[in-house]
Design a protein around this ligand. Sequence first.
Ligand code: FES
Ligand SMILES: [Fe+2]
Length: 335
Amino acid sequence: MTPLLERTLWHPVAMGHVVGSQPLAVTLLGEELVLWRDGAGAAQAWLDQCPHRGAKFSMGRVEDGQIECPYHGWRFEGGGQCTRIPATPQFTPGPRYHAQTFEVQEAYGMVWVRLEAPQGQALPIHALPVFAAEAEARLRKTTSGPYFVKASAPRIIENFLDMAHFGYVHEGWLGSRAHTVIEPYEVKPTATGVRATGCFAWQPQSSIHAQGGAQVEYTYEVSAPYMAVLTKQPEPGSTAIEGLWESIAMFVCPIGEESSMAWTRMAMNDFSSPDARLINFQDHIFSQDQPILESQRPKRLPLAPHAEAHGSADRMSTAYRRYLKESGITWGVSL
Ligand code: FES
Ligand SMILES: [Fe+2]
């Protein structure tokens, strides 16, 4: 049977630094997983279910670089093999004594998991050019979140792509009721998604460095079904840091069809602000979006062209819906 497309994509499940010597329970596409780090420091993502009697690994502990089930203390090494059964310590468990494991990668400060290997062409974690070289000192990188949201992943991405709500939801921050017009912008498909360029918004306080209102130019790119990135450049002279620009990626983990975990990853040429200040700003903006996201009905993003009314400022969101439909995404949408 062909696996669901979304099960073959890489999804962010946690920030890398929170996966350590305590097992961590997360949910991805309805599957309960446990994350932990083995003795070599490699992140592990397994079904959160011991192969012995089905207890949750996430209630156990990590000892000597191995995970120990909370029920009968069976131990498993990175990769999933059982190494020890305390009730019969002389017995060497064979390959049948194995946890169900999933593929893991670390990128952009996050742990990424995919539940199944795709048939045919393997998709990478989609490239985000400005975030790609983590070692590159040219840009400052900070992550905010996780935000637990009772909304589908596509509703969260669509909100991230939407400028016409700035004057209402983020009044006094990213917009103003006195400047609500969205001039036409350009939308084009890319190899892995869609891109909008030439998007302009008037913003009273577009970042913590803004000194009064300014016109800000945005570029938006959807690079995978539940992943988007924006780059914004305020007009010269409007910020405390000359030539400030920032790129913000929205990473969404589809927990269930109608619930998600989200993070924003910022890359900017500001090296002086403490992390907490940058994160607080993002937390505040997201706390304004969250009640709206949780209020939207239907919860699953409707992909039929006329299921909701669209304005011409919504060209990016209609392009995103078309892209989801053409990609064959079924999770978090209604067809
Ligand atoms: S259920 Fe895990 S050791 Fe028995
Ligand atoms: Fe918003």
